[in-house]
Every structure is written in C-alpha cells, then in structure tokens.
Design a binder for this molecule. Structure first.
Ligand SMILES: Nc1ncnc2c1ncn2[C@@H]1O[C@H](COP(=O)(O)OP(=O)(O)OP(=O)(O)O)[C@@H](O)[C@H]1O
Ligand SMILES: [Mg+2]
Length: 217
C-alpha cells in the first residue's frame, strides 16, 4: 500500500502520525519506507533523533523532492510492503504530487469546525484527484481528538460542499504522541501497550488491513 499523509495546514500532526504508522507496520514485520517530501522538519528529523540516540531505524526514511515522488515510489515499490509519504504544509504542488503517487490518502485533521474549515483547500485537492484517479481512496483522520468523540464506520464529513469519508479509528490528543515527535521514539517505545499505541494500531488495521501482507508493488 502506498499511503500519503497530506494537509496544507501546518502543524496538524502529519509527521507524528506518519512515523508512528510506519513504526507500527514495521513492528508487525512489514518492510516499510517513509518518504519525506518535506524539506523542513519532517520525518528525517525524527529519524535523525533515533540515530543520535543509537536506536534502531525500524524502517527506511528517504528524502525526496515533490517532483521525484511519483517515479521514486515506483522505483521503491518492489522493495517494500508499504510506502508512506510525509508531505509539507502550504504546498499544493507537493500535495498534488503525493496524490498522483499514492493509492490511499489520509488527511489528518483536527476535529473542531474551524480546523475542518482550514482543511477545505486540502479536501478540494483530494476531491479533484479522486475524480480522475479511479484507484485512489481517501479519508480524513481525526487527530488530537478529545475523549468521547467517536466516529461510526462509513461516516463522511462535508466541509464547504466537499464530502470525504472519515476513518473510524480516531487519534486522540495524548502526551505520548507529543513525546514521540520530540524524542524520536515510537509511542509503544514510550508506553508499551498504551492507549496511543492502540490508536495507531486501530488506524493501521483500518487503512492497511489487519495482518495483511499487502505489497506496494
Ligand atoms: N495526537 C497527538 N496528541 C498530542 N500532540 C500531538 C498529536 N499529534 C501531533 N501532536 C503534536 O503536534 C505538533 C505538530 O505535530 P507534527 O510535527 O507531527 O505536525 P506536522 O503536520 O507534521 O507539522 P509541520 O507543518 O511542521 O510539518 C507536535 O508538537 C506534536 O507533538
Ligand atoms: Mg511535518
């Protein structure tokens, strides 16, 4: 599976989610590459923290430019079971490139109406891609959600006339995720069998399939 995490809004949690999804898949025994198309402080920075602390990489983190994304993914497809794309904010060109390269797109979005509104420009790009790429699937992922928020399987969200499915697996506001982003550790390395790991595992199961050995090729 080739999965892109996109949102034009900065700081929504794309990188935190990307590294933890990649880590969970790797811990399940999958061969995983995380492509970092964000020239700023993306997945490479997180991988650098692991190196600095002599922690095992667990998965390959590869720097790539937006213009190399599509060919880069094709070139890597046979070597990995899953490829994840971490993308920059504020770059419609990078989001379009990721949408062209991906099989599924996740739009991490805070769940309050204002944040949803800020995701409308991203949803517009995703909707345009869905119209021309028959194999592409997409879902909003509610991130930093408060306790009590639940999503029914099959639910959809409409923002400014743009409708997209929402993943039933919700990623909650948890300190473990913030610590993961700032330390280079995965959430299960910070808290084994904790609630943050459960959030990630549920999303992995929903997006990549429980125990599936799907190939990126
Ligand atoms: N589920 C969560 N619970 C609590 N804090 C979170 C969660 N997800 C992300 N964060 C925090 O939100 C901040 C932004 O996260 P992150 O860097 O992953 O976002 P981003 O969308 O990749 O940002 P950028 O635009 O800089 O690329 C970080 O401080 C991170 O610790
Ligand atoms: Mg980031």
């Amino acid at each position: 599976m080739i999965a892109a995490l996109v949102n034009l809004t900065p700081g929504v949690g794309r990188t935190t989610l990307a590294v933890n999804l990649a880590g969970e898949l790797a811990l399940q025994g999958r061969r995983v590459a995380l492509l970092d198309a964000d020239g700023c402080a993306g997945a490479r920075e997180w991988a650098g923290m692991r190196r600095a602390n002599d922690l095992p990489a667990l998965f390959d983190t590869i720097a790539i430019t937006s213009s190399q994304l599509r060919c880069g993914v094709w070139g890597l497809a046979t070597g990995f079971d899953h490829i994840l794309l971490d993308t920059p904010s504020r770059s419609p060109a990078a989001v379009r490139a990721a949408l062209l390269a991906a099989e599924t797109v996740l739009v991490p979005t805070l769940s309050d109406p204002e944040a949803m509104g800020r995701s409308a420009a991203t949803m517009q790009l995703v909707t345009e891609a869905l119209a021309v790429e028959p194999g592409l699937t997409a879902a909003l992922v509610l991130i930093r959600a408060l306790d009590g928020l639940a999503v029914e399987p099959g639910a959809e969200v409409t923002v400014l006339g743009l409708r997209l499915p929402v993943a039933a697996a919700v990623v909650r506001q948890r300190r473990t995720f913030a610590e993961s982003r700032s330390t280079g550790l995965l959430v299960p390395e910070l808290e084994m069998a904790g609630r943050a790991e459960a959030d990630v595992r549920h999303l992995v199961s929903e997006v990549f399939g429980r125990g599936s050995a799907s190939s990126a090729g």
